[in-house]
Design a protein around this ligand. Sequence first.
Ligand code: NAD
Length: 481
Amino acid sequence: MGRHRKRFYIGGEWVQPSTSRLLTPINPSTEEVLGSVAEAMEADVDAAVQAARRAFDEPGGWVSWEPARRAEVMDRFAEQLDKRAQTIAELVSSQNGMPISMARRLEIGYPAEVVRYYAGLARTTPFTETRTGVLGGAIEVRRVPVGVVAAIVPWNYPQTLSMFKIAPAMATGCTVVLKPSPEAALDSFLIAEAAEAAGVPDGVINIVPGGRQAGAHLVAHRQVDKVAFTGSTAAGRIIAETCGQLLRPVSLELGGKSAGIILDDVDLDPAMIGEDLIAATLTNNGQTCFLSTRILAPRSRYAEVVDLFTELLRALPVGNALDEGTLVGPLATALQRDRVEGYIAKGRAEGGRITTGGGRPAGLDRGWFVEPTVFADVDNDFVLAQEEIFGPVLCVLPYDGIEDAVRIANDSDYGLGGTVWTSDPERGAAVARRVRTGTIGVNRYAPDPVAPFGGVKASGLGSELGPEGLTTYLRPQSLYV
Ligand code: NAD
């Protein structure tokens, strides 16, 4: 059995692909093929961009609708996503290894909330304002949609990250070509079905799953006006280069290596803090960009912190992502497991001390599993502390005083997230404000639709979410009247 989707959703229709090439997403828990999906070639990307272009350029079309009318469509779209929630959760989980209990919390419900949030902003945002000129006369300042958006997403949160782009694009009147990743292409068809059922006008959302080549063709396409990318820093740099040459607006949400600063006053009772610590450091088997995977512990309590993480990670049930009791599933691909194991070997060679994990879990002969792993005795200049591992591997580093903690936290090429753990939230917030990242939490980490989310340095350019996320889909036009 398996799911087979042999057509693309382009211009509101289910269109035959240009070739018979297929993508075959694999279940990382079992290594079984889940089904097949037509793979987009350049001709398919061209067709999708043309459909988005037509929908954007059509006189009296989507772009010229009153924002409140677009918001109505968005509300219906959110409703249709909700209707498909259980199937979406199972598909996501079986494609990328996200534990099903987590997929139900993060990959359904939340993406629809993002759509509703932006529908709300479409209703309330003033898109036009009149100013009195310093030199006299009136000036109408319009904020108009940028146009056709190329949205490219990775496999780790395929639904959420797609809505981070589709929702603000729809709210502003843009049209979208979404390119899902080859590893998690199956669930993207549910987005298409939801759009169709909600009556999203033809060509506003177009979906063409494909690989790197299709993505690169989409980014450089003459008729694309903006690129919204989430993925690795390496791919982000290539995309930024292309967009630089084309002078094309681009937003980039890239990798991370965030610090989790444990202050010396923290209560390390696992019953109090354990769940939040695991959520902030290990969510989705460590395959989340913002995780606080560099744990900074005060030297006076270093051994206690290492022991706490060792116990917490050792106790996590590892298994098939679709089992209700699983808290850590497999890595999404065989390649990803090889990379993570490579980092574990490197960490050992650098002198890191493994206190739990380090290998493959016993009794799981199939599937791309790696044991949740803690490294102690790590210096911040280890590769282990500097590079994004994207797996269930944490390292614990000692620090001497707050200045040292802030220095180590900021001594990174990345700047996406972070956390501070303390019994005194005000003191925690004061430390958090000194960390140079796009987001940071005190005793929790939970990206909210109202708050801009994005990184600095090698973690990206621009923000998604919040009203700030809307502005990257708009450009100003001044009308001297
Ligand atoms: P990836 O960069 O390999 O691929 C991401 C997407 O980009 C895929 O759809 C892929 O097909 C496409 N792609 C790859 N190269 C391309 C190119 N040159 N031109 C156009 N498209 C291209 O990343 P991945 O391994 O799928 O995802 C993991 C990475 O994503 C991690 O580094 C993680 O930190 C990052 N990520 C960042 C955020 C964030 O919001 N900052 C969120 C989730 C994941």
